[in-house]
Structure formats: structure tokens, C-alpha cells
Design a protein around this ligand. Structure first.
Ligand code: URA
Length: 234
């Protein structure tokens, strides 16, 4: 059953890539005179991010967006070598329009501090940019709908290290059949569009709050990240 669902998600992501989901869900008019190849080249990182944010704001027919108060796009340093991807905003994030500012966010801050990272030094976003009602998990279709935007987001930031927090981020970015318990704590070098980061998955802080005994494994992953940063900065 789970295998079937994962395959369905992979097919959906591939399908949305093929049909260019932006055209389907976006609101902007199609200008056939713009050369597609040039679209991602022009503009500074800041401008590209603003444009991406606007595109997400124009998504149509999305239950998440219709029920949310604010878009939750990102936080942190746009020039960071480290990008962190969570699942989706919760109530506090929805109120403030900033990712990871609720209880799970406080734990994430502590986890980062443990390896001498400040959240202002990293770049943080989520698989979906609007709060799923009642904090439910995003559906496969929602993950696939937001994936082209996430892909573009990763390309713009072009991090050297990509940390995937929890099973939703793992599934969206790696499309992995594995559980987070099996996939965590392993480096993987993978091209994500034009970006080529080292990727590592680890437990989501909300999961760690429910299962604190798993923090020891999370600490192993954090130390791996600390060591990789040292290597990258050499
Ligand atoms: N959990 C997430 O996955 N993302 C947030 O922004 C907050 C909580």
C-alpha cells in the first residue's frame, strides 16, 4: 500500500514537471516571446526569490492556501551554504509568516546552536508554503503541486548542504521509499535541478518532541553536518 502511494507521488511529481505546473496553477499570463532558458538566469538572488514568492502567492485552487493566513516562504541567510527543509508551517508560522518559529522551531534553534549554527546563518524553508489545516501532513498531491517551486527555491539558494527534516521533506526531495529512520544520517550527493548539494535527512524536531529518546540519533546527524561544514570551508 505504502509502496503504491510512493509510486503515485513520484508519478505525480514527474507529471507536474512535464506539464509545467506553474502554467497550470499559476496566474501569470503566458508570454511566448520569453525564451524559457533565460527565465532563471536574469536577476539577483533576492529578485529571483521575490519572483518565486510571488509565483507561489498566485497558486490557484489550493486548499492549503485558501485556509492559511499567510504564506510562509523562508527565513535566514539567502547566501548560506546550508539550506534546511521542513514539512509545512504550523499555527505560529502561519500567524507570523516565518518558518519554524513555534515549539518545533525552538527545538530546531537549540539543535543548530549545539553545532554552533545560528538560524540567521542558515536558510530555512518547507515542502509546502501554506499551513495544512489542523496541522495535517500535506497530501501527495499537495507535495507534488509545490515541488516545482521547492525545486526552483533550492536552485536559487544553491546550497552546499541540504538538510531534510522528517519524512515529508525526504519523500519530496529524494522521492525515497525508505523510512526516515533508515534514510537518516547518510550523506548523499545529488543534483537537484542546477544545484548539487550534499544531502542528509534527519528527524523532524516535532517528532523529537514526541520521541525524545531519538535525540541521540539526531545528535549523530548534527555532528555529521558540523564535520561536513568544516570540510566544505577548508
Ligand atoms: N514544522 C515544519 O515542518 N515547518 C515549520 O515551519 C514549522 C514546523
Amino acid at each position: 500500500m505504502k509502496r503504491k502511494l510512493n509510486q503515485k507521488l513520484l508519478n505525480l511529481i514527474e507529471y507536474y514537471h512535464l506539464i509545467n505546473a506553474e502554467i497550470l496553477f499559476g496566474n501569470s499570463t503566458i508570454n511566448r516571446n520569453i525564451k524559457k532558458d533565460n527565465q532563471h538566469i536574469y536577476g539577483t538572488k533576492k529578485q529571483k526569490l521575490e519572483k518565486l514568492k510571488q509565483k507561489i502567492k498566485y497558486i490557484k485552487n489550493c486548499e492549503l492556501k485558501e485556509n492559511a493566513k499567510n504564506i510562509v516562504f523562508s527565513d535566514g541567510n539567502i547566501n548560506s551554504k546550508i539550506m534546511i527543509i521542513g514539512e509545512g508551517p504550523g499555527a505560529q508560522e502561519d500567524l507570523e509568516g516565518i518558518p519554524f518559529v513555534g515549539r518545533a522551531g525552538k527545538l530546531l534553534d537549540k539543535m543548530l546552536q549545539a553545532i554552533n549554527l545560528d538560524r540567521k546563518k542558515v536558510y530555512i524553508s518547507n515542502v509546502v508554503n501554506y499551513r495544512p489545516p489542523s496541522n495535517r501532513k500535506p497530501t501527495d498531491e499537495e507535495i507534488a503541486r509545490y515541488f516545482p517551486y521547492l525545486l526552483n527555491h533550492i536552485e536559487i539558494i544553491s546550497p552546499k548542504i541540504l538538510l531534510l527534516l522528517g519524512s515529508t521533506a525526504l519523500k519530496a526531495v529524494i522521492g525515497d521509499e525508505q523510512t526516515i529512520s533508515n534514510a537518516r544520517g547518510k550523506w548523499l550527493k545529488k543534483d537537484i535541478g542546477t544545484a548539487s548539494p550534499w544531502i542528509i535527512a534527519s528527524f523532524h524536531p516535532a517528532f523529537l518532541m514526541r520521541q525524545p529518546e531519538q535525540k541521540k540519533l539526531s545528535w549523530i546527524d548534527l555532528k555529521m553536518i558540523r564535520d561536513k561544514i568544516k570540510l566544505i570551508n577548508k
